[in-house]
Design a protein around this ligand. Structure first.
Ligand SMILES: CCCCCCCCCC(=O)SCCNC(=O)CCNC(=O)[C@H](O)C(C)(C)COP(=O)(O)OP(=O)(O)OC[C@H]1O[C@@H](n2cnc3c(N)ncnc32)[C@H](O)[C@@H]1OP(=O)(O)O
Length: 185
């Protein structure tokens, strides 16, 4: 089964901006306490990202034992976090903060614990504040590594003003080590 996601006809495709890291360079984390990528989040997934050619980014996740859902396999929610994070990072191309409005995943194959997953995401187009993204994941290390796509995702992100996060400021855990709400390069 796959989704019924269809892209609107009237999308613009952004070009790669000068400020974006060159292909092969690392992308900065967008928020140090983020569960997906933050280095100040000990319980987090510590994903890392690099800029690819064009308007693509890639991310890596090592499937730790604590990410288990069914016996021996990754939890679908963890996989969803990884897609959310990777597709959000693809939106860095715009240089403005975004949040996820809608995310949908197709889980195509079981992913064993201990696998290393590579996610590739891109912006498929935008209109106004709405950014349409897609991504896929492959197992690049582990007992079932190969070229097969093991999961796919489509997501809608909305640009926001930095003030979006201001009402949440009092709920941040501990001292922020990167500027609050600075989801930009
Ligand atoms: C570059 C930075 C890198 C960041 C990486 C981050 C990775 C992690 C990202 C996350 O997990 S963010 C956390 C999860 N998401 C949230 O907490 C967002 C919660 N929702 C909101 O705050 C608001 O609903 C939202 C800002 C998304 C939209 O509210 P707004 O009042 O700003 O917009 P509005 O509701 O007027 O919708 C604007 C347009 O988007 C459309 N829209 C909004 N939500 C939608 C939805 N869910 N599905 C489809 N369309 C949607 C809406 O129909 C409308 O379309 P039109 O312009 O054509 O009229």
């Amino acid at each position: 089964m796959s989704s019924t996601w269809t892209l609107p006809d009237d999308l613009d495709l952004p070009t790669r901006p000068d400020f974006f890291p060159a292909p092969g360079e690392a992308l900065p984390q967008h928020w140090s306490k983020c569960f997906g990528c933050g280095d100040d989040q000990p319980s987090g997934m510590a994903m890392t990202f690099i800029a690819e050619e064009g308007i693509e980014v890639s991310g890596r996740l090592t499937v730790a034992n604590r990410y288990q859902g069914g016996p021996g396999v990754i939890h679908g929610g963890i996989l969803s976090v990884a897609f959310d994070e990777t597709q959000g990072m693809a939106c860095m191309l715009l240089g403005v903060p975004v949040v996820t409005g809608h995310l949908e995943i197709d889980f195509a194959k079981p992913i064993p614990l201990g696998s290393v997953l590579e996610f590739r995401a891109r912006m498929d187009g935008m209109t106004g504040r709405k950014l349409y993204t897609s991504a896929e994941a492959r197992i690049v290390e582990g007992p079932t590594a190969g070229d097969d796509v093991v999961a796919t995702s489509r997501g809608l992100f909305l640009t926001i003003k930095p003030e979006h996060f201001t009402p949440m400021k009092d709920f941040v855990d501990g001292e922020a080590t990167s500027p609050f709400g600075s989801s930009t390069l």
